[in-house]
Structures are given as C-alpha cells and as structure tokens.
Design a protein around this ligand. Structure first.
Ligand code: CIR
Length: 252
C-alpha cells in the first residue's frame, strides 16, 4: 500500500510516566523529541505528508498513536485500548481522522492497534495483554462488511503482535522465531528473528523502503538482502516505554 498521509503526535513532557515493562530507565525528554523529529523527517522523505498533533500531557503514552485507531483505505476503526489509562486517548485522535475517513468506533472488548497487522485484505490480530477475544470479535463485526477477514494469533511474550511480526511485503514477514512457525503465517516467506534481536521485529515498511531500529546489525544484514532502501533510526527513548517504530504513526 502506498501511503500519502500519516498522523503523529508530539511526545509530551510527561512521556516518562507512561506504561512500561522495560527496565531501561526513564526517557530523556530532549532526546525523545530529537528521535521523534528524525522519525517524522524520515516519513516525509519517503513521500508522506504528516499531520502533527499537539502533545497531551495528561496522556503520557498518547504519542503512540497507532494503538487508538486502525486506518484502511475505506474507514478508520477507533479502538478500545486495553489499558484503562489509555482509553481517553481515543477522543483526541477522532477529529484528526474524521477529516480523512469514516470513523467506526468499537463498543465492546479491548483492542490495541499495535496488535493489528493488515496484509492485503486480511487482518492478523494479536491476542495479548491488551487485546482480548471480545475485542477481536467487535473489530471483525465492523470490518467484515468491507470484505476484510480476521485471523486471531496468540502473541505469547511481548506487548503487541506488531512488536514481533511485521509485513515487509505482501508475501514476506519479519517475525520472531517464536511466532515464525505459527500456522497463520505458513503461506508467507518469513525472515525469522532470534530472541535476542526481537525488538527489531518492529521494522516498518513505508512506500517501498524499510525503517528499522538502530542496534540490530544481524537483522539489518538480513533485510538488506531485499535490496530496499533502509533507514536506521535510534529509538532508544521510545524503547524505554515499550514503544517502537510502528506505534509512532497512523499511516494511510
Ligand atoms: C504502552 O504500554 O501502551 C506504551 N507505553 C507503549 C505502546 C507501544 N505501542 C505499540 O507498540 N503499538
């Protein structure tokens, strides 16, 4: 899919107060902003026009915009984020998305956009600490009338499905060793990532290029064989809050 637009939100000074399971320390705010600006500049360089929303200090995780919506060419699902502390973020994304898409708000269950991977017309949805079966069912009831199918995949370890699996092409996945053998992915070519490099599974494909986190030379070498332009970005401050590359934007 060619992306022309993306929505991002500038991190708030409170970003270190967000949810995290990582024991990597508190993010430095200036460095967070620098990394955010580099991320935005890379998207722009790849031909994407950005809408940058203002920081929300009352929602320290709100720059992880991917979790509150799922955008397709036809509509945008507004999710019911699995973490109660993040549920109020949805009202702040709706006006920005309403300018571009029909909004389909979820009314039941729990679901984070980070658990939703779209390949063609099929959604793979992680069952995780943030997304439950009721959320998957509610999501499916909204999208099935547009011809999309839904496959649920238990995530096991990791925050979200897309923490450990991402589509680098319509028939190619970058996926953790733990999930590489899952039957749901049997029809794809797969580049499996060893557990030590799992964070780099959160590599983002944008308009024929790949954006990958710094610090994972083995994964870089593996994906360099694809011959696509490769952008390596430092995400150290986002990683401290369990965040990565996909979660920082809504692309469409
Ligand atoms: C959270 O725990 O919700 C945030 N600190 C991180 C969310 C990262 N989102 C994503 O990977 N899609």
């Amino acid at each position: 899919m060619q992306f022309t637009q993306a929505i991002v939100r500038r991190p708030a000074p409170s970003c270190g107060a967000g949810l995290t399971t990582a024991a990597l320390g508190t993010p430095d705010y200036d460095k967070t902003l620098t990394q955010f600006h580099t991320y935005c500049a890379t998207l722009r360089q790849l031909g994407v026009e950005l809408t940058e929303l203002p920081p929300l200090d009352g929602f320290p995780d709100s720059h992880f915009v991917e979790d509150v919506a799922v955008v397709t060419p036809e509509f945008a699902v507004i999710t019911r984020p699995g973490a109660p502390a993040r549920r109020g973020e949805t009202g702040h994304i709706e006006p920005a998305l309403a300018a571009h898409r029909e909004l389909l708000p979820m009314r039941d269950g729990r679901l984070d956009g980070g658990d939703v991977m779209l390949v063609g017309k099929r959604f793979y949805i992680g069952l995780s600490g943030r997304t439950d079966a009721d959320g998957v069912a509610a999501f499916e009831s909204l999208v099935s009338r547009y011809g999309y199918t839904v496959v649920a995949v238990p995530v096991g370890a990791g925050l979200h499905l897309k923490s450990v699996v991402n589509a680098l092409g319509d028939d190619l996945l970058l996926v953790s060793e733990a999930l590489a053998a899952h039957p749901a992915f049997a029809g794809y070519r797969r580049i499996a990532i060893p557990a030590a490099d799992e964070y780099a599974g959160n590599t983002l494909r944008v308009n024929g290029a790949l954006i990958t986190p710094a610090g994972y030379p083995r994964v870089q070498d593996a994906i360099a064989t694809l011959g696509l332009p490769l952008h390596v970005i430092d995400t150290s401050e986002f990683r401290k809050m369990d965040g990565g590359l996909t979660c920082l934007s809504l692309r469409f």
